[in-house]
Design a protein around this ligand. Structure first.
Ligand SMILES: [Zn+2]
Length: 409
């Protein structure tokens, strides 16, 4: 190839795959969603000169962790915050997936804490996802505070995030990231526990996983300047779309100074306790009767991860369009690191399932935001970066794939 092809979103123009897992260097790292503009350049997952990605390196480090020592640190923390005066002592956010069950159960029944669980509900609930949410609360035995957002506002923000960013999951992520801190501040609860470390799933700096604390840049703001929802500035949302700041309250992070003054600490339970998705699944089945999806999730081979929102399936399809990375790539990379799959098996699964169109729920999701299926597929084509995609005989194909079957491989 003589001519260098344009790379959208600030992605590296040369596509590389990790030699240990199946992830590529095109994967964006975690980024505060309320800073996500249409011309954002995203930081991506580094792959070092030895050919290994930082996701894999973080995992290797986990093998070296003295988990008994980490548990002692957890016990010290919990002893400091545990209350026996009949009030809550920690907030556990979740929507009833396997990880929410794992976190809330351990804190309450193993460590004697008194959690208030909080839920920002999925945008378009699946029926079995909703049943799992009920089981979490009813069978698990936890108090729960659910904030269901204004449906008109949520629908509008979800539509804008598809139109401007091809990012249908954004309105959910925004609320999910902010809600725990908002509730903790209002209820005077000083400790928040998130589950799995974002540095592991988000591929952030390896140093991040040496800290149990969640980076406040992800869930606080200094002021209202430079905040965007659905790729639209707050000013424009108010002036052009007729929304008030109160309509947007649930989507905006709390003030940094207020959160600092409140003394609230936000920890990853995954820093203290070894977190393995497959084991969290078996745990949730045993403790609350958690049920997997009754069929394979489109775009991957699994049945039990992130199954409560129909929009999640669409979300992974859009990451395949924008970054060439679908859900099977994500799932297989994690399982290779956990040694539940070999790399060879992972490559085969990616080849078979990555980028599969999520037909089952596609129309439900698009009906929700009032967009048509034909419009959606035309729209997707605008987000295909030339360095990733080529049109061959009228069909879009990836230029590079992990199994070496791409147009330019
Ligand atoms: Zn890797």
């Amino acid at each position: 190839m003589s001519k260098k092809l344009e790379a959208y979103y600030g992605l590296p123009s040369e596509v590389k795959f990790c030699k240990q897992c199946v992830m590529s260097n095109q994967r964006p790292r975690s980024y505060p969603e309320f800073r996500h503009t249409t011309d954002r350049k995203c930081p991506t997952l580094p792959i070092d000169d030895d050919g290994v990605c930082h996701g894999c390196k973080v995992y290797v480090n986990k093998d070296l962790i003295a988990w008994e020592e980490r548990e002692k640190l957890l016990l010290q923390l919990l002893d400091k915050y545990r209350r026996n005066d009949g009030y809550y002592d920690c907030v556990v956010p979740g929507s009833g997936g396997k990880d929410s069950v794992f976190a809330a159960w351990l804190l309450k029944y193993k460590y004697g804490m008194h959690p208030l669980t909080v839920t920002w509900p999925p945008t378009v609930y699946t029926s079995y996802g909703y049943q799992n949410y009920l089981r979490w609360i009813d069978e698990g035995g936890f108090d729960n505070l659910t904030i269901r957002p204004n449906g008109r506002v949520h629908r509008l923000l979800t539509r804008l995030s598809i139109e401007n960013l091809l990012h249908p999951f954004q309105s959910f992520i925004l609320g999910q990231k902010n809600l725990a801190a908002q509730v903790a501040m209002k209820y005077g609860i000083k400790l928040i526990f998130f589950g799995e470390h974002e540095a592991e799933v988000g591929g952030n700096d390896i140093a991040d996983t040496f800290s149990p604390l969640r980076d406040k840049a992800f869930f606080t703001k200094e002021d209202l300047e430079g905040l965007y929802l659905g790729g639209v500035s707050l000013k424009e949302l108010q002036e052009r779309h007729g929304l008030s700041l109160a309509d947007l309250y649930q989507y905006l992070p709390p003030d940094y100074s207020e959160l600092e003054a409140s003394g609230i600490q936000c920890h990853y339970l995954g820093y203290y306790v070894r977190w393995i998705p497959q084991e969290a699944y078996y745990f949730a089945v045993e403790k609350t009767g958690f049920q997997a999806r009754p069929f394979r999730t489109e775009g991957t081979y699994s049945k039990y991860s992130s199954i409560d929102d129909k929009i999640d399936d669409l979300h992974y399809y859009t990451t395949y369009i924008k970054f060439g990375i679908g859900r099977a790539t994500d799932d297989a990379s994690q399982e290779i690191r956990n040694k539940h799959l070999t790399r060879e098996e992972g490559v085969a699964l990616v080849k078979q399932y990555d980028g599969e169109v999520p037909h089952r729920y596609l129309k439900d999701c698009l009906d929700y935001v009032g967009l048509s299926v034909d419009w959606f597929f035309d729209h997707c084509d605008k987000f295909r970066s030339p360095h990733l995609w080529a049109k061959v005989d009228g069909e879009w194909r990836l230029r590079h794939t992990v199994w070496g079957g791409g147009v330019d491989d």
